[in-house]
Design a protein around this ligand. Structure first.
Ligand code: BTN
Length: 324
């Protein structure tokens, strides 16, 4: 972590009491002038930090939230054409679906600071308090519906790479979870409208837990800030969008092939003893996960050596005593 990030962390930890420049200087082994430069740089990044003579620094406002105004200026990729959203919505996937239906072009984004009805896979809800990054992209790939399943995995690689920019070491749990050591930090929900052989539109929704709300560490999901220190949800959303734009272009050109190595490097299930269940809870395969194939299917080797390629399902890790 850089000194600047450490200063920011210390300001976050100090809360309303603030912290003196001298104590920060002592703690990080730099001069007070260096601290004031770090504070100025943080202010330039959009952090509101009050400097009170004789009392030090106080972080007044949280970093920029993931709204179109916060995110768009940080996005480098020219792929994203139109930014919609704001502080709050029900679900960005629902909004993006409505936009797609009404003809919004590929490259349209809905991004918000919080959701009141965020949705996850299998009808689950996705808790979406302020401090996270919640976005959905309208895409119109010229592919068959059957080819879309690998996009979720390619997007997982993109999200992982965007977190790596901030120093995190995420791993991927097939098919759509992005994990940190402490738990799930992000999820991907791809939805589409298609004819038999042609995708009409596709909405790729991504939710990332960035800043921990007030719950104590160790409770609930994982947060990026626990791993790498405080960071702005808007910056995370922008990094995700830049990586997703690159990954999408690559996926359209080559399919999953180009992602196989990057996925395998981050595969959290590789070598693990797993059970895969369908929506009704019936076990479709159990054994050791040996990777994913070029069609994005999870490969599970049973005790008798037979390998099942699973196209869809929910994975649970089996007790280590069950390993085969
Ligand atoms: C999952 O892990 O089950 C997928 C979670 C996807 C959550 C994101 S948040 C942005 C977008 N809007 C939603 O309602 N869901 C996705």
């Amino acid at each position: 972590m850089s000194t600047r990030e450490s200063v920011l962390d210390a300001l976050v930890a100090a809360g309303g009491d603030g912290v003196s420049g001298q104590s920060l200087a002592d703690r990080f082994g730099v001069s007070r002038v260096a601290i004031s430069k770090h504070v100025a740089a943080l202010q330039a990044q959009g952090y509101t930090i009050e400097a009170v003579t004789g009392r030090g620094y106080r972080l007044v406002a949280t970093p920029s939230v993931s709204t179109p105004a916060g995110v768009q200026p940080l996005v480098r990729s020219p792929f994203w054409l139109r930014f919609e959203g704001g502080m709050e919505t029900g679900s960005t996937n629902d909004d993006a679906r409505a936009l797609a239906r009404s003809g919004a072009p590929e490259g349209t984004i809905v991004v918000v600071a919080r959701q009141t009805a965020g949705r996850g896979r299998l009808g689950r809800s996705w808790l979406s308090p302020e401090g996270g990054a919640y976005l959905s992209a309208v895409l119109r790939p010229q592919v068959a519906p059957a080819d879309v399943s690998t996009l979720t995995l390619a997007l997982g690689v993109a999200v992982a790479k965007s977190f790596e920019r901030f120093g995190a070491r995420p791993r991927l749990k097939w098919p759509n979870d992005v994990l940190l050591e402490t738990g799930k930090v992000a999820g991907i929900l791809v939805e589409m409208a298609a004819e038999a052989d042609r995708v009409e539109w596709l909405v790729a929704g991504i939710g990332a837990n960035v800043l921990r709300p007030s719950a104590p560490a160790g409770v609930g999901p994982a947060y990026l800030s626990d791993a790498v220190g405080a960071l702005a949800p808007a910056e995370v959303a922008a990094a995700v969008l830049d990586e997703v734009a690159d990954a999408y272009a690559q996926w359209v050109a080559t399919g999953f092939r180009a992602f196989a190595a990057d996925y395998a490097e981050r595969d959290a299930l590789l070598g693990e003893s797993v059970a895969v269940r369908d929506a009704a809870g019936s076990v479709k395969a159990s054994g050791v996960a040996t990777g994913v194939d070029i069609g994005g299917r999870l490969l599970v080797r049973a005790q008798d050596g037979t390998v099942t390629a699973v196209a869809a399902g929910e994975v649970t890790l089996r007790d280590s005593r069950d390993r085969n």
